[in-house]
Design a binder for this molecule. Structure first.
Ligand code: KIV
Ligand code: ZN
Length: 515
């Protein structure tokens, strides 16, 4: 049997470092459950020292997930490691991931430390982390631009100190696949105690090579890949989980290892992450893009109809695309509703939550006859949104848009339980609605992005609106869905306003100054 390739998902940590992709604790739990269902080996749930919100999210994920190891990130500092240890203390299986930079530019300019001091601190950090768990991962930040001899030295020292996973990040996405593979090969060959640890890689996508670099590393002995759903992550993102996993699964003729993932969960998981973060998946994205299995040219269609393998190297069903996507309608009962949610990896915690979602489903089914998986996802995203919407709620919105007339919106909001109404004009109905919201809420935020996406096809489709608002350096994403796109737009804007005002909104992980 082939060796196991460990899949370490960092959507909830590095993925969350995508500007504007910050997630609430509940959203992280939902994604973590979906990752667990997909049988991801390790889930990096966050950076507990970054903020109280991040600490709580890691703790909650650690208390929820039992089928995957839950990991917390920590710099090679006592306070970080203690915080990670505390957040993970109730995990069925917990890992501390500690890191320090090893490239000359990072050591000299950022850390202002001598290489000897870096080794000493790394060893100390690993030993300290081992006081909390036997599962300790060490990362040499910017390993991709570090000196190979120095990497051999520091890795050998931390393995001696008790690190069980050695991670080699290409932090700035600088490496070429053949170089990176060679680095991994040499590290494993030259480090005398290399057999006491699993070698891992963590590649960024600045040159579009994150997946290629990860696969090259696997060909050269790496047995853990760090990746994210939809390739989310800092700057250009990380290696995309779905691409790495399906490349290894599809090309078992060249790889001598495989993952234990249930690949049929890939598409539902991708949709969930896209819904929660508001980052759409481009249609031509490998594996999870809407066109990934669509054949437009007549020659291709003809070929596929005659024999699927003429133009398809994977089965759409194997990655979770289902042909029968019409799932529910207005006559569907609670059980069918609950079952389909569970199949999509959505677990509603209490009967009350299920009832509330079911009422919303019936309301939607009255307006829209066929309810698709995407509608259910949006329905539950809306439910998550309600949890944040404590201060400001949409009570009523009436817009008037007529040829030759200035669009006008009449809006009633409930703010801290008190209803207030106003009227505003704008260049279009959405603009008028947003101006009316600003009259009442006065956020003063800049609207950085506004996008509308039809959740399914047809004019009765729900519109899903995503906005990005910025105020005082803080960036938040707001989302709303409705069959009426002006109402969906108002819901999205209000969702963003509530997030801006939410005192518990977690600080961005990048807000933590480095060592
Ligand atoms: O890119 C990077 O170097 C990281 C480390 C913390 C692993 O995210
Ligand atoms: Zn990273």
């Amino acid at each position: 049997m082939n060796e196991q390739l460990i899949i370490f998902d960092t959507t909830l940590r590095d993925g969350e470092q995508s500007p504007g992709a910050s997630m609430t604790k509940d959203e992280k739990i939902r994604i973590a459950r979906a990752l667990e269902k997909m049988r991801v080996d390790v889930i990096e749930a966050g950076f507990p020292i970054a903020s109280p919100g991040d600490f709580e999210a890691v703790r909650a994920v650690a208390e929820t997930v039992t089928g995957s190891t839950v990991c917390g990130l920590a710099r090679a500092l006592e306070k970080d490691i203690d915080r990670a240890g505390e957040a993970l203390k109730n995990a069925a299986s917990g890992r501390i991931h500690t890191f320090i930079a090893t490239s000359p530019v990072h050591m000299e300019r950022k850390l202002r430390m001598h290489p000897d001091q870096v080794v000493e601190q790394a060893v100390w950090a690993v030993k300290h982390a081992r006081r909390y768990t036997d599962d300790v991962e060490f990362s040499a930040e910017d390993a991709g631009r570090s000196d190979l001899d120095f990497l051999c030295r520091i890795f050998a020292a931390v393995i001696d100190a008790g690190a069980t996973t050695i991670n080699v990040p290409d932090t700035v996405g600088y490496n070429m696949p053949w170089q990176f593979g060679e680095t991994i090969r040499q590290l494993i060959e030259r480090i005398s105690n290399a057999d006491k640890a699993v070698f891992s890689v963590h590649c960024h996508n600045d040159l579009g090579l994150a997946v290629a670099n990860s696969l090259s590393a696997v060909m050269n002995g790496a047995r853990q890949v760090e990746c994210t759903i939809n390739g989310l992550g800092e700057r250009a993102g990380n290696a995309s989980l779905e691409e790495v996993v399906m490349a290894v699964r599809t090309r078992q003729d060249v790889f001598d290892c495989d993952t234990r993932l249930d690949t049929t969960q890939i598409v539902p998981c991708s949709r969930l992450v896209s819904n929660i973060t508001g980052f759409p998946v481009q249609p031509n994205k490998a594996i999870v893009g809407a066109n990934a299995f669509a054949h437009e040219s007549g020659i291709h269609q003809d070929g596929v109809l005659k024999h699927r393998e003429t133009y398809e190297i994977m089965c759409a069903e194997d990655v979770g695309w289902s042909h029968n996507r019409m799932v529910l309608g207005k006559h569907s009962g609670r059980n069918a509703f609950r079952t389909r949610l569970e199949e999509l990896g959505i677990q509603l915690e209490t009967e009350e939550e299920l009832n509330e979602a079911f009422i919303r489903f019936k309301y939607l089914a009255d307006k829209k006859h066929e309810i698709f998986d995407e509608d259910l996802q949006a329905l539950v995203t809306d439910r998550g949104m309600e949890k944040i919407n404590e201060r400001i709620k949409l009570v009523a919105l009436r817009v008037c848009s007529e040829t030759g007339e200035v669009p006008r919106a009449e809006l009633t909001l409930s703010i801290d339980g008190e209803e207030r109404t106003t009227v505003a004009e704008g260049s279009g109905p959405v603009d008028a609605a947003y101006k009316a919201i600003e009259v009442l809420v006065k956020t003063g935020a800049d609207l950085k992005l506004y996008s509308v996406n039809a959740i399914t096809s047809g004019t009765d489709s729900q519109g899903e609106v995503t906005v990005r608002l910025e105020k005082g350096g803080r960036l938040v994403m707001g989302q709303g869905a409705d069959t009426d796109i002006v109402i969906a737009s108002a819901k999205a804007y209000l969702n963003g306003c509530n997030k801006l005002q939410d005192a518990d909104q977690r600080a961005h992980p990048q807000g933590v100054a480095d060592v």
